[in-house]
Write a protein that binds this ligand. Structure first.
Ligand code: PRP
Ligand code: URA
Length: 211
């Protein structure tokens, strides 16, 4: 598994505002989108392309285009939805599939409550969007889901991760083509399974609390 922690002052600046508890939802949503576009630049470094021939106003030349089958972007609902626009802005030709997951806040175990993905992901490059990698349970389930359907490789973009969750995923996906691109690697998980210092509950901060 490859892990890339993006080291850029603009990203750290935007993450600092995101972490601040005084940042209201509209700003939080806008910053999340901007951060994903910046992280997606790194995450798509190995996106498959094919050679194409085009004609400029001056001459014929060759360039590249995103190859078929097109990449599949998979936001993990609910919080991952806040990252979708930021990603499709950079890769507008990608397809989008959806996975709805919720973590039981007592047991910290994730469960799937919605799924809309192609049945066959053979040869597909998949990009999973989830802002928080805490215990790693949700992301690992998503990664397994995609490999079970034949995905070729999976790249996850997360704003923040805890070292405990990252280590759990690394152990579980040994030998698989998995890349994780992070905005920051935080200190630890607290006793409630929250990332420290973190930013709190990403879904609630994007969309408000659910009862
Ligand atoms: C949050 C977050 C991740 C998950 C991370 O989702 O968006 O999906 O928790 O925790 P884990 O690494 O311990 O599995 P949550 O279950 O709160 O659902 P939400 O997106 O609907 O708020
Ligand atoms: N989910 C969140 O939204 N935040 C955390 O810190 C952990 C899980």
């Amino acid at each position: 598994m490859r892990v890339h922690v993006t080291d850029h002052p603009l990203i750290t600046h935007k993450l600092t505002v995101l972490r601040d508890e005084r940042t209201p939802s509209p700003t939080f949503r806008a910053l999340t989108e901007e951060l994903v576009t910046l992280l997606a630049y790194e995450a798509t470094r190995d996106v498959r392309v094919e050679r194409v021939t085009i004609t400029t106003p001056v001459t014929q030349t060759t360039g590249v285009a995103i190859a078929e089958p097109r990449p599949l972007i998979v936001p993990i609902l609910r919080a991952g939805l806040g990252m979708l626009e930021g990603m499709t802005k950079l890769v507008p030709s990608a397809e989008v599939g959806f996975l709805g997951m919720v973590r039981n806040e007592e047991t910290l175990q994730p469960s799937v409550y919605a799924e809309r993905l192609p049945d066959d992901l053979s040869n597909r490059q998949c990009f999973v969007l989830d802002p928080m990698l805490a215990t790693g349970g949700s992301l690992l389930s998503a990664i397994e889901y995609l490999f079970d359907r034949g995905a070729q490789d999976v790249t996850a973009i997360c704003l923040l991760a805890a070292p405990e969750g990252l280590a759990a995923i690394e152990k579980a996906v040994e030998g698989r083509e998995v890349t994780i691109v992070l905005g920051a690697l935080d200190e630890r998980l607290n006793e409630h399974g929250y990332i420290v210092p973190g930013l709190g509950d990403a879904g609630d901060r994007l969309y408000g609390t659910v009862g």
